[in-house]
Design a protein around this ligand. Structure first.
Ligand SMILES: [Zn+2]
Length: 466
């Protein structure tokens, strides 16, 4: 039993017209939100041992859900030659850096540990890691080891992880075999595919024993698949990864309609990316599209009709010069929009609240303004919707107890009329006082309690030689 006491406001829900803010205590039991109330209240039985977190002068929100990260790039932040350059220069610069350090399970562990520890300290309780970087000579076992290392880092720190088995010009057959092997290793209940069948047809059933949507029983780990985009991967890769997803019940994710994606699709296929995705069966309710900077009104309607969801990543899109996704128009059309940071190759901070602020600030350049509560909703329930996780992104009774306690009592919030809007408008770079994931306190008084922050830094520095 965990009781978080004395909050100025509790943002239970950001759906609909806006967040509801009430004051008081929040009760957590068995990793789930038990309810609000004062004193010993909701659901306590006399023999419960109660852990208490002080939330005096604070606002409680759902934990933030980063729907688009590339955790490996945490090891490659602010690299010379990666800012203000076209993709055609960015890609080889990053590839050379990966090659120089050597991408393997050890690096995946060290980079994920740093990126996830940073995420937790910034109030991000769930991270979708779209892992695109697999060495050309990596065996299936090597790829399983890399995915396992990332998952191990998350489990140790108490972060909720969605590992997205991505591709970027990978061999389609090998990528599909790797995705199957990773499903078998990370989610043992998923069962293993029939030997000799390397992804011919969709088998009956969606992976025996596997929980909903490729999610581990305790909800702390989820697996998804995700080609980098039509600019990068062949129709065969989309087809084979789609088959793995269908077989194991996994969500699908890809990146679409940033500048380069549109340009290459036109050049290579004479088509727009969304036409290709639709033709390839990748415009569907289980698909989330990241970026979407360059979309027409007709394409927005097409996304909405398909039931696909979107991830906005302005902290990547702006520095890369890709433009600004028309988020208000997407939401007005009925598309669920989440928020992601993307990775350290373009956005050097795993600080989703900072990017929520950015999303709010740049929105009026491409449409109507978006208010703070709506953007907070994108960073919580919107992202969770794209991951197929209705238990995340809100604090209604029965929700996963993933939450942040934000101190709004300091000078940076003095004079703020609306402390919930102030979470985004005031105090850029704000970090939470406490963070809880699944009822476990992972950050207390601004300090990581599930890992050794300095040790994580030293290990990554030693590994990358910086
Ligand atoms: Zn990205």
């Amino acid at each position: 039993m965990l009781r978080i006491t004395g909050a100025d406001a509790i943002v239970i829900d950001t759906a609909g017209t806006g967040a509801t803010g009430s004051a008081g205590d929040l009760h957590v039991r068995d990793g789930l939100v038990a309810g609000e109330g004062g004193g010993a209240g909701t659901g306590d039985s006399p023999d419960d041992s109660v852990e208490v977190l002080d939330a005096t002068g604070c606002v409680i929100t759902p934990g933030l859900v980063n729907a688009h990260h590339h955790l490996l790039q945490t090891a490659f932040r602010t690299l010379p030659g990666t800012r203000g350059v076209p993709m055609a220069e960015w890609l080889p610069t990053m590839a050379a850096a990966y090659g120089a350090v050597g991408v393997d399970a050890g690096l995946c562990f060290d980079a994920a540990s740093a990126g996830l520890a940073e995420s937790l300290l910034n109030g991000v309780t769930t991270v979708a890691d779209h892992h695109l970087t697999w060495p050309a000579d990596a065996s299936t076992d090597d790829t399983v080891a890399m995915a396992t290392a990332t998952a191990t880092a998350a489990r140790g720190l108490g972060a909720r992880l969605v590992f997205v088995r991505g591709t970027a010009r990978d061999d389609p057959e090998r990528a599909a075999l790797s995705a199957e092997a990773i499903a078998g290793a990370l989610l043992p209940g998923a069962g293993s595919p029939t030997p000799g069948d390397t992804g011919g047809g969709v088998r009956g059933g969606a992976g025996g024993g596997l929980g909903r949507g490729g999610i581990a029983d305790d909800g702390m780990l989820q697996l998804a698949v995700g080609p980098a985009g039509v600019h990068s991967d062949s129709p065969e890769t989309f087809r084979l990864l789609g088959e793995v997803a269908a077989r194991f019940g996994l969500r699908r994710r890809t990146q679409s309609n940033e500048q380069v994606d549109v340009a290459i699709a036109l050049e290579r296929y004479g088509r727009r990316p969304l036409e290709l995705l639709e033709e390839w069966g990748w415009l569907a309710p289980d698909v989330t599209l990241a970026h979407l900077c360059d979309v027409t009104a007709d394409e927005i309607a097409r996304i909405a009709a398909s039931g696909a969801t979107a991830t906005h990543a302005p902290g990547c899109d702006l520095p890369m010069g890709w433009g600004i996704a028309p988020v208000a128009a997407l939401m007005a059309a009925g598309v669920a929009v989440g928020l992601g940071t993307s990775g350290g190759g373009s956005n050097d901070a795993s600080h989703l609240l900072a990017d929520a602020r950015l999303a709010m600030q740049v929105a009026p350049l491409v449409g109507p303004p978006i208010n703070a509560r709506t953007v907070l909703g994108m960073a919580t329930a919107g992202s969770a919707a794209g991951l197929g996780r209705p238990e995340l992104g809100h604090l209604r009774p029965g929700a996963a107890a993933d939450l942040c306690v934000w101190d709004v009592s300091g000078v940076a919030d003095a004079g703020v009329a609306d402390p919930i809007a102030g979470l985004l408008w005031a105090s850029p770079g704000r970090r939470p006082r406490h963070v809880v994931v699944g009822g476990r306190v992972v950050v207390r008084d601004g300090q990581l309690v599930t890992g050794d922050e300095r040790g994580i830094v030293q290990r990554l520095r030693a590994r990358v030689g910086r």
